[in-house]
Design a protein around this ligand. Structure first.
Ligand code: AMX
Length: 469
């Protein structure tokens, strides 16, 4: 395992955490972004100057009432979700990413450090560059005790996602951006402190998640991170699965697949929105996590495993196709969604689902729950199509991710969204840093009243006497 040594010195009078790499740029990421910064800023400035009034899309009343679905309201160069292809992160599809990103020795799955390098620096990293990020994370991973105190102070039945979001907020006092903003930093330099904060936050995520897991489910038996393990494998190690190489690889796969899904989903958009007010990385990511904690978004992974277990518990034998069909139809009749199916943008089976399916086929083909996932995949799309209203009847990332965790013994499924969060913050921080690189303004769309829309379509006169502004 070749790690590049960093010249890092702690800042005076700090317990831990504030570290600076000596030289002009705080990290290699800083240098890489600095190199690209003038060209990006010029591209955007030119578009705005020459074509600022160019019309991108129209907005219908359906869209105004319909969660701004499909309205092209923002730019993200980090990733793009094509409805018929799935996600491309910095131009690479999921299968491509799994092939090209550097791996740890003996592992089939990429290092999160390499992925983070790519998200931030917009370049495919060399193995040394991937390890450089891993080394940076090792240097910045120490957690202030107060964060643990805050989490311990919460009622025992607090949902792990609430604890996770609170843990991130409890770190906010460490924000370099917030501190430097108070002393009058130039706006063109905001992004550097956002990057610094992003590295500090992401470095701590495996420890934060593992702490919550151990506190809730392992009798507070906390395990120190291992200095020789990469970021993803360290999470496995810290929840007591250090020897399980397959689970380490599952963590590497999981943390890659969930890292980003362009800018419009609830967690990315929430983080971007909050960050646009110059709230720091901690505040923005905590907001993103609060969005991820909703059952229509990231919490779908816990809901999906619950649904699968409910299906299984209904029948003495492994269910038949017809029994699954009946159960799915009943779910819809009860006014519930079938978790893990459908998507606001995708119109195909999510490639992130497929990548996990491949993993399961290879490592756990006989797992009963996995066999159920396969059968559900054969049955549920037709049930959703027959409903006549679901635009995408195919499985998304959450239709299978919990099943893999369950197989490897992580069975406390209300924890699964925390795993999603650990990964998603890699993408969220890349978005908020690049938003500051490009100097994006505070976000402020406009709301209308129902009366105004009625006036537009029926004419003002017809609405006389109707309530409303
Ligand atoms: N089960 C039942 N009904 C569904 C459905 C599903 N899996 N997916 C969509 N529908 C329903 C919607 O609720 C909506 O019903 P309504 O008209 O009565 O309100 C109708 O079909 C049309 O919805 P849509 O345009 O196809 O989807 P959307 O863009 O409004 O919502 C999503 C997308 C993901 C919220 C939705 O498909 C859903 O609720 N899926 C189940 C939850 C889930 O798996 N979420 C995770 C998504 C991925 C992620 O963010 N992690």
């Amino acid at each position: 395992m070749s790690k590049k040594k960093l010249d890092i010195t702690p800042l005076p009078n700090q317990k831990q955490q504030y570290v600076k790499v000596t030289g002009d740029c705080t990290t290699i990421l800083c240098k890489k972004i600095t190199d690209q910064l003038p060209a990006w800023r010029e591209r955007v400035a030119r578009l705005l100057k020459e074509h600022g009034s160019f019309k991108v899309c129209d907005v219908t009343i359906d869209q105004v009432y319909g969660g701004i679905r499909g309205v092209q309201i923002q730019v993200s160069d980090i990733s793009y979700v094509d409805p018929l292809e799935g996600i491309r992160i910095r131009g690479y599809t999921i299968p491509e990413l799994l092939k090209v990103l550097p791996r740890s020795e003996g592992s089939e799955f990429p290092l999160a450090g390499g992925l983070y390098y790519m998200l931030m620096a917009n370049q495919l990293p060399t193995p040394a560059e991937a390890w450089l990020i891993e080394a940076e994370w090792q240097c910045r991973r120490m957690m202030p005790e107060e964060v643990y105190d805050v989490i311990r102070a919460m009622p025992a039945d607090t949902h792990p996602m609430t604890l996770f979001s609170m843990g991130i907020l409890a770190l906010q006092g460490e924000s370099n951006f917030a501190r430097e903003y108070a002393t009058g930093i130039h706006k063109l330099d905001y992004w550097e402190t956002y990057l610094e904060d992003s590295l500090n936050l992401t470095a701590k995520l495996p420890s934060l998640a593992a702490f919550i897991y151990n506190l809730k489910y392992r009798k507070d038996d906390q395990i120190e991170p291992h200095p020789d393990l990469d970021w993803s494998a360290n999470f496995a190690h810290m929840i007591g699965k250090g020897e399980d190489r397959e689970y380490q690889d599952l963590c590497r796969l999981f943390f890659l697949l969930h890292s980003d899904h362009e800018g419009g989903n609830v967690s990315a958009h929430a983080a971007h929105l909050v960050g646009s007010a110059l709230s720091d990385v901690y505040l923005a990511c905590s907001a993103g996590m609060n969005g991820l904690a909703g059952p229509l978004h990231g919490l779908a992974n816990q809901e999906c495993i619950r649904w699968l277990l409910d299906v299984r518990a209904q029948f003495d034998q492994f269910p038949t196709r017809q029994q699954i069909r009946d159960f799915a139809v009943q779910t819809l009749k009860n006014g519930k969604v079938i978790p893990g199916y459908g998507h606001a943008v995708l119109r195909i089976t999510d490639p992130r689902f497929t990548a996990q399916l491949e993993f399961a086929k290879k490592y756990m083909p006989d797992d009963e729950l996995f066999r159920l996932v396969n059968l559900v995949y054969e049955v549920v799309p037709d049930v959703l199509k027959e409903s006549g209203k679901v635009k995408n009847p195919w499985p998304n990332v959450d239709a299978i991710n919990g099943t893999l965790q369950y197989h490897y013994g992580v069975r406390e499924f209300d924890f699964y969204t925390v795993l999603f969060g650990v990964s998603r913050i890699l993408g969220l921080t890349a978005h908020v840093v690049w938003s500051r690189v490009l100097g994006k303004p505070i976000e402020r769309p406009k709301s209308l009243t129902t009366r105004m829309l009625e006036d537009m379509v029926y004419g003002a006169k017809e609405q006389d006497g109707q309530p409303g502004l």
